[in-house]
Design a protein around this ligand. Sequence first.
Ligand code: ATP
Ligand code: MG
Length: 350
Amino acid sequence: MSKFITNHDVTDALKEVIFFAKQNNIVDLNMIDNIEIKGNDIKISVIFPKLDDPSVGIVYNSIVKTIKDKLGEDVNVEVLPISEKDKGLGPLSGVKNIIAVIAGKGGVGKSTVAANLAIALSKEGKNVGILDADIMGPSVPIMFGVEGQQPGVIERQGKPVMVPLENHGVKILSLGFFVQPDQALMWRGSMINNAFNQLMKDSEWGNLDYLVIDMPPGTGDIQLTLAQSYNIRGTVLVTTPQKIATADVRRAAMMYRQDKLTIPLLGLVENMSYFTPDDQPDKKYYIFGKGATDELAGELDIPVLGRIPIGEKIVESGDGGTPIILNGNEKITLTFKEIALNVLKEIDKL
Ligand SMILES: Nc1ncnc2c1ncn2[C@@H]1O[C@H](COP(=O)(O)OP(=O)(O)OP(=O)(O)O)[C@@H](O)[C@H]1O
Ligand SMILES: [Mg+2]
């Protein structure tokens, strides 16, 4: 082709390349990041939702064929696929760090730690969200005092998306918004995954420094899928001091550490560590035993991020919708602050 090729010629040709997943051409879908023309050499960078998808190859071949058909067989076409994430686009691109709070078994204080950690991080001046992924015991709405409320809905690129509720300076979404407590047992794994994906991706999280996820306890398929599907910055493991609890946490920790899933374990939080009676403020009674958490921390080579004592105020405040960290007079407030600072420190080290 003798004519001088312009950016306009290339764009016109690209309008004939369809991205079938979104049923439109790649120009109108704003997938063209850059076009570089040097004589007969054309370099086009194209943005895809994700790169490990068959559609990338199809679009790639279609671009080469269309450009050659339109502008001549003698042009050299190079296509450079880039992901939305690399470009800072996509639904979760505003979320800098995802922290998963996990436990080996239920009832050890995972939601209590997740809720107080989220608020503590927000008190440190961070933009924070919390996502309650525990369908069997979605307690985050109760702890944040938004039980019974529903998230808002807005439209994003023609698609309805959820707007998180907000309280205590934290954005909140919960699987509990979708399911009645007595229906939870009837939900199959695929349904839970779908609902979880919606909470993550079809939601307007905006810019967050930290998204704290209250994960379901244990090491089942769901935990594995969630961990594999998202770029989790690190996990916080919650345990109680009993040997039997730390055995479960060890299993959970190993799941997050297995070969293909290198999610960093930021550290252990020991909950219900000891009891201090009001009239003996200097005494610590280790009701559930002592030592098992340190042993596990040593074995996993991770730090103990903090130890939370047993306290009825933790129950009252959680049930009452204002987690204990919001009560500045409590010594436990400082403990949670320390845990949050330790989490930040461990993330900095990664
Ligand atoms: N340090 C503590 N002292 C006293 N009570 C506590 C403490 N930590 C948590 N609790 C209480 O124990 C109960 C269970 O805590 P929480 O809901 O945080 O656990 P969980 O691991 O999320 O449980 P689940 O597996 O049901 O989701 C709650 O009533 C909570 O208020
Ligand atoms: Mg819970």
